[in-house]
Design a protein around this ligand. Structure first.
Ligand code: NAP
Ligand code: FE
Length: 376
C-alpha cells in the first residue's frame, strides 16, 4: 500500500469559532493584512468578527477589499504592494475562493519580487507569510488546500499556483457566514465541491485515505445538493453540511489535485463568464461516462454513496440544477481544448485524455454544430 497524505491546516469549525479561538490568530503574527472581496466579508459578518478578535488581541490590521472574482495576477500584485508597505507579517483571506486564493498569492508576493513565470513555478526565495483562511462560500475548499488559482490575462486562462507552504495555518469555518449566500451562488459553489470530491476520488493520485475523505464528502453533499431543485429554502443545518462537505472535498483535492474537468472548466469561466462551479457541473456527466469505460467499479462506488442507480440519474439530477448555456462554436471548442490539454490536472485523469478526447467531451457536454466526433 502506498499512501501520502498531508493536511497541515488547523481546522476550527463551528458557530462563533473565531471569537472562541482568537488565540490562534496571535500565534501567527502581529500585523495582519486582510484580503477580501467587495462586500462578502461585510455581508457575512466575518469581517466584523475578525476585526474584533484582532483588536482584542492587540494585532494591527489593514483591510484590502479589492479582490475580484477569479482574481488576476495584476489584482494580487496590487494587494501585495499594499501588504508590503504595511509591513504585514500575516495575511487573512476572508470570502469565497477568490479572496482566499488571492490571500495565498499575496503571502508569496509580499515578501519577494517575482516574475509571473517564477510565481507559477513556485520557485520562491523567501517563505510566504502565514495565511489564515475564513470561507464565506461552501465550495472551493481553498481554506485547506495548497492551491491558489489565478487568472493569467497574458495566456487567457486560469493557472494553478501550488506549494506546500501555501496551506493556510488556520481555517476558521463558521457556517453562519454562508447563511446569506444567494441561491445561485449556493448551488454553483456546492457543485464545485461535489466536483472536487468526484474528481479526487477518480484521480490517478487517489489513495485509500483520500478516497475515504472524498466519499464522505459525496455522501454528505448528495443528501442535500440534489434536493435544492425541489426546495430552494436552505436551512442552517444544510448550510453547515455544505461547508463541512466542501472542506472535506478540499482536503481530498489537496492530496490528489483535480482532473480534466477543472482544466476544461477554466475556459468556460474565462471566455464565457460561467461561474467556476457551474462550469465544472456542466462537464461532469460526460467526464463520468468517459471514466466509466475504464473504471466502472469506482463509478459504482460513487453512485452507491449518492444512492443513485446509474449515471443517467446523476446527469438528470445535475441538469435540474444547471441551466445549459448556448452551444460552443467549433472555433471555441478547438481553442478551449488546446488550452485544457496543457493543464497539469489533465495528467491526474484516468485514463489520460488526448486532445481529441477533450474535444469530444466539450461537444458531448455543451453541444456543437460539429457532428463527426466520437461520443463516449
Ligand atoms: P468567489 O469568486 O469567491 O465569489 C463569488 C461571488 O460570491 C462574489 O461576488 C462574492 O462577493 C460572493 N460572496 C461570497 N461570499 C458571500 C456571502 N457569504 N454572501 C453573499 N455573497 C457572497 O466564488 P467561489 O466559487 O467561492 O470561488 C471561486 C474561485 O475559487 C475561482 O477563482 C476558482 O478557480 C477558485 N478555486 C480555488 C480552489 C483552491 O483549491 N484554491 C478550488 C476550487 C476553486 P465579493 O465580490 O464581495 O467577494
Ligand atoms: Fe474548483
Amino acid at each position: 500500500m502506498n499512501i501520502s497524505f498531508l493536511m497541515p491546516t488547523r481546522v476550527v469549525f463551528g458557530k462563533n469559532c473565531i471569537e472562541n479561538n482568537r488565540i490562534e490568530l496571535g500565534k501567527h503574527g502581529h500585523r495582519a493584512f486582510i484580503v477580501t472581496g467587495k462586500t462578502s466579508a461585510l455581508k457575512s459578518g466575518a469581517l466584523k468578527d475578525v476585526i474584533k478578535a484582532l483588536s482584542d488581541s492587540s494585532i494591527s490590521y489593514l483591510v484590502y477589499n479589492g479582490v475580484l472574482p477569479n482574481p488576476s495576477v495584476e489584482n494580487v500584485r496590487e494587494a501585495a504592494r499594499l501588504a508590503r508597505d504595511f509591513n504585514a507579517d500575516m495575511i487573512i483571506g476572508i470570502g469565497g475562493g477568490s479572496p482566499i486564493d488571492a490571500a495565498k498569492a499575496v503571502a508569496v508576493l509580499a515578501v519577494q519580487d517575482l516574475e509571473d513565470e517564477a510565481l507559477f513555478k513556485a520557485s520562491y526565495v523567501f517563505k510566504p507569510l502565514p495565511v489564515i483562511a475564513i470561507p464565506t462560500t461552501a465550495g472551493t475548499g481553498s481554506e485547506v488546500t495548497p492551491y491558489s488559482i489565478l487568472t493569467d490575462e497574458k495566456d487567457e486562462t486560469k493557472k494553478n499556483l501550488s506549494h506546500e507552504l501555501l496551506y493556510p495555518k488556520v481555517a476558521f469555518l463558521d457556517p453562519s457566514y454562508t447563511l446569506m449566500l444567494p441561491y445561485e451562488i449556493t448551488v454553483n459553489t456546492a457543485i464545485d465541491a461535489f466536483s472536487h470530491a468526484v474528481e479526487s476520488c477518480l484521480s490517478k493520485r487517489a489513495n485509500s485515505m483520500s478516497i475515504m475523505v472524498s466519499l464522505e464528502a459525496l455522501r454528505l453533499m448528495g443528501s442535500c445538493l440534489f434536493n435544492l431543485c425541489h426546495d430552494q429554502s436552505i436551512s442552517s443545518d444544510k448550510r453547515e453540511k455544505f461547508l463541512y462537505a466542501s472542506m472535506l472535498a478540499g482536503i481530498a483535492i489537496a492530496q490528489t489535485g483535480t482532473t480534466v474537468v477543472h482544466a476544461m472548466g477554466y475556459s468556460l469561466t474565462y471566455f464565457k463568464n460561467i461561474d467556476h462551479g457551474k462550469a465544472n457541473g456542466l462537464l461532469l456527466s460526460e467526464y463520468l461516462r468517459y471514466v466509466n469505460t475504464n473504471n466502472f467499479l469506482k463509478i459504482e462506488q460513487i453512485l452507491k454513496v449518492l444512492d443513485m442507480k446509474d449515471l443517467d440519474e446523476l446527469e438528470s439530477s445535475l441538469n435540474k440544477l444547471l441551466l445549459k448555456p448556448d452551444p460552443l462554436s467549433d472555433h471555441e471548442i478547438d481553442i478551449f481544448s488546446q488550452k485544457a490539454v496543457l493543464a497539469k490536472s489533465v495528467t491526474n485523469t484516468f485514463p489520460t485524455p488526448t486532445l481529441d478526447d477533450i474535444k469530444a467531451l466539450y461537444i458531448a457536454s455543451l453541444g456543437s454544430t460539429r457532428s463527426t466526433m466520437n461520443k463516449f
